[in-house]
Each structure stands twice: as structure tokens, then as C-alpha cells.
Design a protein around this ligand. Structure first.
Ligand code: BGC
Length: 763
């Protein structure tokens, strides 16, 4: 969304920057606000430093003190201008620098916040995003960095340890690229299959998404930098993202989108949260007292800072009083809300001085607590060879085998293979927008997609075709681009197996049809008519429709598999590795199955506000399908492999108030593989938004014939409903059914358990 992102202006900023340098008088503001701040600042807020003696400039650097104490000392040593410095961030790309000429800003970054050199406090250098160090524009030269698979692929691994390892790797590249704030940890729930940013997020289930994104955040922050969980909240579509008013019942929000955030925050402990562009129940998310002050800070006890999405600030007083701690992405004349405007709102008593102190303290605390303040980031060497192994392992773990009628693995099945389409001769697709990472080697297919942001379309130079040829040296593997249907069909007819690659580019700032673009459905039909043993490899941002499904023998969902996607796909196809991914999202059979056939607001004028009402409430994804008795194309949790697993000895018990589920998994096939046992829970008496919910999951690697006993703990909030009056999740006393299954559609096996009443207040 070009108008949501700040882009180059050729003039401006005079007063704002002069103000920072102390040369601009504070302008008079409009009349004082008629209403006082909606929420009082947290109790630990210090009195105005004006009334105190300033601590020594270096007192905060005493590492024996806690992050809270150090942040307090630091902020108390700051003058007003320095505090204001910490809470305004600028657009980071170098084209914009001529407005303000900040020499310390770093090329291709998302943003920059000045440091306080007098006190030895670091600038903040911000980079996107969840798949690696992004580049905001292709030219001048992109930063080429290791690209992890898309967030939705990472969620499809159901493997938090792997997500953490990926986070550690991209966080280390952020640090070695000179960035100390990584804008990563996207956990918006997949409510709209057409959302252009689904590839950045963790799918449709709050437990899975929250756990996987929390693990990624932990990994990133292990590098002594800050990660940012985003976009808070309910930013589940890109169409009109800066003007859509999302209406949702509060309890339903707590049990769906907000629960995903809550879990990610608990598990990842991010230093910052990014509030989103949209409105939630009538108020912009970045000036939403309920979301930011009441839920996030007071109830969940979040001690970090809230930053805006780029340019999502609107109103000095409402932003400051309703919980925003840092505005970002400032690049347009007058488009900032803090700086001199905040100073003047404080003078006018519209915003309390303690609120600015609290903002600055929160920012400082996170940078201190995570290590970035003590351990300055420095551009340095990156071990790309080692990182390639990390991204490849992640891709191999999250590619999902959706259908296999005895056609895969290829090693055992074919000596003559036709590979067709999807630029598989040169690379694999990546997702666009601010999260765009340029992989080592740059763009394998230049010239596609929009010329300006959020384009171009980038293919990572990692060819599945070449990788397949090395995996299967004895096979003859032909190549057809797929642009000529007759030639593609002829190649398929000549081969024992045809492998068709199809792609769907998606990006921030727009939503997409879930029908494959560019007549690729016709390509698949043509190939499948020529050869029944056709395998489709999808490189998509999320679910797509598959009108040809009955006519092909195999389907592999490879998502956007990252900078080593070629070998990862080839090794899954060949059988070198067992497919180990499971869907983190339901694939619909038809648009009519969805709560909304497409995201709201399409076709409205650019400035028209509109509403989307989430009447499905917390019945997102598989919960919706089950509640409505709908049979999806592929269900949440589904994923095949080249081996089989059996479950036995299922038992459930309550231990120290926690519901523990024990069972045995056995690999009943002939080769090693990974199983993803899923525990679904439901109350015997019904009364939930849907028949059942995912309550726990595991991932276990077993050799052929091996068995293992596993015990999983059910997340108690998934056994509860949120009760507004009590401000708590409440497990109703009574009988519950605990089901061990291999997807949301699998009947699996069940046991009953009786639970006592339990209240789970927000932390
Ligand atoms: C996106 C954010 C991103 C920011 C900085 C915005 O357009 O919504 O996710 O972090 O830009 O690039």
C-alpha cells in the first residue's frame, strides 16, 4: 500500500529536525483536549525528571542492575529532547535520507531511530522481517541475505525448535548487517485465504501460530537484538488495510487473534509490538486504548514498547495517551505526531509528562534487556554456507505432501521425468513487500511484477530442476517453460512422470484471488490429460483452489521455500527426505465455503472507510468448517509422508491442574519419518464456538519400526472460554473429550476426562 508507506519527498522536516537540534520553538497547538487521558500511565512511572537531580550520564550502564533500573536511570538522565528522540523513527531507505541527512542511518533498512550519544545510548536500526534481512528497494544494490522459507511454511513444520533455529540464523544476519531491531514475528491469524500477507504469518490456529512465531522471536532475540511481534491486531486483510474497521466480539477476539498474540508474546518475550494500520471496533489500532493500554500492557503485563506500523500514527494526543510508545516510518512533511507536537501537547497538559517518560523508558528497557544497548551491532561477515543449511532444513521440514497416488517418491518410480513451468529451471518464488529478502545471487527472474514497491517479483536463484537432476543422476529430466501448452503436453506424454510447477506471487499491500493466476490451471489440465502420473508442485502464499485435483496423481505444497528451496523440493520429490510438513491452514474446496468469499472493501474508492464484521468470531479456519459441517479440499493438520504411523495407548489425566495426554506413536512404515500428533479437545456438553479445538501438538522423528511414548500438555486456554466479566479464561467443570488425530478432519481416537473449574486470568 503505497499510501501507507512513506516514500520520498524532496523537502520538508525543517521544524521537526530543527526541533531535535534545539533550534525550533515549540509551536502553539490547538485548544486543549476536552477529555483527559483514557488510561492512567502504569504505576511505576517516575515523576518528571525536571523535579529530580539528574543521575550521572553513565549510571545506567551498570550491568549489575536490572533492565528496569537501568532504563529508569537512563531516562532520568535525559532531557526532554532526548526522550523525544527515542520515540520517533524515520523511514530507513537511503532515498529518503536527503530530507534529514542522518549519516548513521543504514542503507536498505526499514527504519532508523536516533540514539542519545551524550549518554552512550545506541541508535535503533530497524530491518524487516520474518524470513530474513529484507531490502526495501532493489536499487541501489539490494542487501543479499539468506532467505528462510515463508512464515506459513515455518508454521507447517509444527516444529518450534526449527523455527527458533531459523530465527537465530536470520537474527544473526540482522546483527551482522548492522541492525538491532528486527521487525519480525508476524502472527495475524489466517481468516482470509486471499490475504496478500498470509505467507508472512503462522496460519489459522492461535496455538500453532503463537507457538511457532514465539519460537522464531526467541531465536532472533538470542542475538541480543529486539524482535517485534506484529501487526497488533486483527490486520487480517490488506485490502484497505489503513481504513478498514474490523468489528469483532471482544470475547471472540480474545479466543482467536488476540490469543495467538498472547501466546507468541509469552513464548517469545519480544522487546516490541507493532500496532497495525486498521481500526478495531471503531478505533485505530495504534490509538486503541482497549488494545494497547488495557489488554496488552495492563492485563498481559507487556513491558516492552509499542511501535506503529510505518505511518500508522494519526493523532498526537490519542496515540500517546492510548498506549503508543514509538512512532515510526516518518518520511513525509507533517506526517509525524510526536517530536515538537508531543512536546507541545505535554506543555498544554493534554499528555502527561509521565507518559513520555514511560514511552522512553519502555524503548530503553527493551534495548537494554535484550542486549542491544550493551553489545552494539556492527556490520560484519556472514557465514552464508552454514546459513544455507539452516534454511534448507527448514524448507524440507515444512513442505507438505497433500496427495500421493503411488507416484512419489520419484527415485523409486521414474527414469524419464518432464519438469514443466514455474521458472523451475532457475529458481523458486518469494513473497513481496516490506518483507522482501533478496537472496544471495539476487533475482533469478528479473522484470516481473510491479516496477515499484511492493514489486518486483523475486525468484530465489535455487533451481528445483537442477537439484532434481543432481538428486536423480540416472533419470532423464526434460524441461518445458509451460508457456506453450502443446509443447508441455507433448513433453509430459513422453515421460513416465510429469512434474508441473505453479506459482502464485503474493505481497503486502494487496489481496489476491485464490485461483492460480496466468492460466496455470489450464497448464495443469493439459499436462494431466497427457500423463495421468502428473505431480503438481505449488509455490503459493497460502491456500489455492485446485479444480484439477482429481486428475493429478500427486500434489506438493512448497509455499515460498526460501533461498535453498530448489534442493529442498527436489529432495522431497526424490525421496531423499520424507515429507514432514502439515497444513497450518484449511484449503477450501470452493469460495462458498468461506465466511467471506473475498476480503471486504474491494472496489471501494481509495479514501472510503469500510467495515468488516467477523461474525465467525473465534470459529476461524478448521473450527468454521467443523461447525458448519463443511468438507474442505484439505484440512488443517493434513500432511502425508513416505512412511506411516500408528497411535496407541491414549490416556488423559489431570496433574497439578494441567491436562496431560499420553500416547505411543509407532513408525509402521519402512523408512524414517516425522509424525505430527495433534490433540483436539471438545466439551461433552458443547457450547464452544466450534465442535473442537487444537489443544496440543508434537513432532517426533522415528526410525522404521521405532515407537515412542509422548506426553503433551494441553494449553488450558484452549479448554476455556473467555469471560468478559471476570477478565479471564474459564474452564467449565465437566466432561471433555480428548482426541488424538493426524488432522482436524481425522476422527482419530478419543478418551474422556473430567476437568474441574479453572480460571486463567491474563498474566
Ligand atoms: C509493514 C510492516 C513493516 C514496515 C516497515 C509496513 O508497510 O506493514 O510490516 O515492518 O512497513 O517496512
Amino acid at each position: 500500500m503505497q499510501n501507507s508507506r512513506a516514500f520520498a519527498l524532496r523537502f520538508g522536516f525543517a521544524c521537526a529536525f530543527a526541533f531535535l537540534l534545539g533550534a525550533c520553538s515549540t509551536p502553539a497547538t490547538s485548544a486543549p483536549a476536552s477529555t483527559p487521558p483514557a488510561s492512567t500511565p502504569p504505576a511505576h512511572s517516575a515523576a518528571s525528571p525536571v523535579t529530580r537531580e539528574l543521575p550521572a550520564a553513565t549510571a545506567w550502564q551498570d550491568k549489575r542492575l536490572s533492565a528496569d533500573q537501568r532504563a529508569e536511570l537512563l531516562v532520568n538522565a535525559m532531557n526532554q529532547r532526548e526522550k523525544l528522540t527515542l520515540v520517533t523513527g524515520y523511514f530507513g531507505v537511503q532515498q529518503d535520507w536527503n530530507h534529514y541527512n542522518f549519516k548513521e542511518a543504514r542503507p536498505q533498512s526499514a527504519g532508523f531511530v536516533r540514539g542519545v550519544s551524550r549518554l552512550g545510548f545506541t541508535p535503533q536500526w530497524q530491518t524487516d522481517a520474518g524470513s530474513g534481512v529484507a531490502t526495501q528497494r532493489e536499487a541501489p544494490p539490494a542487501l543479499e541475505r539468506t532467505l528462510l522459507p515463508s512464515g506459513i511454511l515455518t508454521a507447517a513444520t509444527w516444529n518450534p525448535a526449527l523455527a527458533e533455529r531459523g530465527g537465530k540464523m536470520i537474527g544473526s544476519e540482522a546483527r551482522s548487517s548492522g541492525f538491532n531491531v528486527m521487525l519480525a514475528g508476524g502472527v495475524n491469524l489466517l481468516r482470509e485465504p486471499g490475504n496478500g500477507r498470509n505467507f508472512e504469518y503462522g496460519g489459522e490456529d492461535p496455538l500453532l501460530a503463537g507457538t511457532m512465531v514465539g519460537a522464531l522471536v526467541r531465536g532472533i532475540q538470542a542475538n541480543r537484538i529486539v524482535a517485534t511481534v506484529k501487526h497488533f491486531a486483527l490486520n487480517d486483510q490488506e485490502t484497505g488495510r489503513d481504513r478498514v474497521n474490523v468489528l469483532i466480539d471482544e470475547a471472540a477476539a480474545r479466543m482467536s487473534d488476540l490469543l495467538a498474540f498472547q501466546i507468541a508474546i509469552e513464548q517469545g518475550d519480544p522487546g516490541s509490538i507493532m500496532c497495525s494500520y486498521n481500526l478495531v471496533n471503531g478505533a485505530y489500532a495504534c490509538q486503541n486504548d482497549w488494545l494497547l493500554n488495557q489488554v496488552l500492557k495492563q492485563e498481559w503485563g507487556f513491558k516492552g514498547y509499542v511501535m506503529t506500523d510505518w505511518g500508522a500514527q494519526h493523532d498526537t494526543v490519542l496515540n500517546a495517551n492510548h498506549g503508543l510508545d514509538q512512532e515510526t516510518g516518518v518520511a513525509e512533511l507533517g506526517k509525524y505526531v510526536f517530536l515538537d507536537k508531543l512536546a507541545s501537547a505535554i506543555e498544554q497538559k493534554q499528555v502527561a509528562q509521565t507518559r513520555l517518560d514511560d514511552m522512553a523508558r519502555r524503548v530503553a528497557r527493551s534495548l537494554i534487556e535484550k542486549g542491544a544497548a550493551d553489545d552494539p551491532v556492527q556490520p560484519g561477515p556472514i557465514d552464508f554456507a552454514a546459513h544455507a543449511l539452516v534454511t534448507q532444513a527448514a524448507a524440507e521440514d515444512g513442505i507438505v505432501l497433500l496427495k500421493n497416488q503411488n507416484v512419489l517418491p520419484l527415485s523409486a518410480k521414474a527414469k524419464r521425468i518432464a519438469v514443466i513451468g514455474g521458472h523451475a529451471d532457475v529458481g523458486v518464488l518469494t513473497g513481496g513487500g516490506s518483507a522482501q529478502v533478496y537472496p544471495p545471487g539476487g533475482n533469478a527472474v528479473p522484470g516481473l511484477g510491479p516496477k515499484n514497491w511492493p514489486g518486483p517479483t523475486v525468484y530465489a536463484p535455487s533451481s528445483p530442476l537442477s537439484a532434481l537432476r543432481s538428486e536423480l543422476p540416472d533419470a532423464t529430466i526434460t524441461w518445458q517453460a509451460g508457456t506453450d501448452l502443446a509443447a508441455a503436453a507433448a513433453a509430459a506424454r513422453e515421460a513416465e512422470v510429469a512434474v508441473v510447477f505453479v506459482t502464485q506471487w503474493t505481497t503486502e499491500s494487496q489481496d489476491f484471488s485464490i485461483t492460480l493466476p496466468d492460466a496455470q490451471d489450464q497448464l495443469i489440465e493439459a499436462v494431466a490429460r497427457a500423463n495421468k502420473r502428473t505431480v503438481v508442485v505449488l509455490e503459493t502464499g497460502g491456500p489455492v483452489l485446485m479444480p484439477w485435483l482429481d486428475r493429478v496423481a500427486g500434489v506438493l505444497e512448497a509455499w515460498y521455500p526460501g533461498s535453498r528451496g530448489g534442493p529442498a523440493i527436489a529432495r522431497v520429490l526424490s525421496g531423499a527426505v520424507n515429507p514432514a510438513g502439515h497444513l497450518p491452514v484449511t484449503f477450501p474446496r470452493a469460495l462458498e465455503q468461506l465466511p467471506r468469499a473475498k476480503p471486504a472493501g474491494e472496489g471501494l474508492p481509495n479514501d472510503a472507510r469500510f467495515e468488516v464484521r467477523y461474525d465467525e468470531g473465534a470459529a476461524v479456519g478448521y473450527r468454521w468448517y467443523e461447525k458448519k459441517g463443511l468438507d474442505p479440499l484439505f484440512s488443517f493438520g493434513h500432511g502425508l509422508g513416505y512412511t506411516t504411523f500408528a497411535h496407541s495407548k491414549l490416556a488423559a489425566r489431570v496433574e497439578a491442574s494441567e491436562l496431560k495426554v499420553t500416547f505411543t506413536v509407532r513408525n509402521t512404515g519402512k523408512r524414517a519419518g516425522q509424525s505430527v500428533p495433534q490433540i483436539y479437545v471438545s466439551p461433552a456438553a458443547g457450547g464452544w464456538e466450534a465442535p473442537r479445538r487444537l489443544g496440543a501438538f508434537g513432532k517426533v522423528e522415528l526410525a522404521a519400526g521405532e515407537s515412542r511414548e509422548l506426553t503433551l500438555t494441553v494449553e488450558p486456554r484452549l479448554l476455556a472460554n473467555y469471560e468478559l466479566e471476570r477478565k479471564a479464561f474459564r474452564v467449565a467443570p465437566g466432561a471433555y473429550r480428548v482426541t488424538l488425530a493426524s488432522s482436524a478432519r481425522d476422527a482419530g481416537q478419543s478418551v474422556n476426562v473430567t476437568l474441574a473449574e479453572r480460571l486463567i486470568p491474563s498474566k
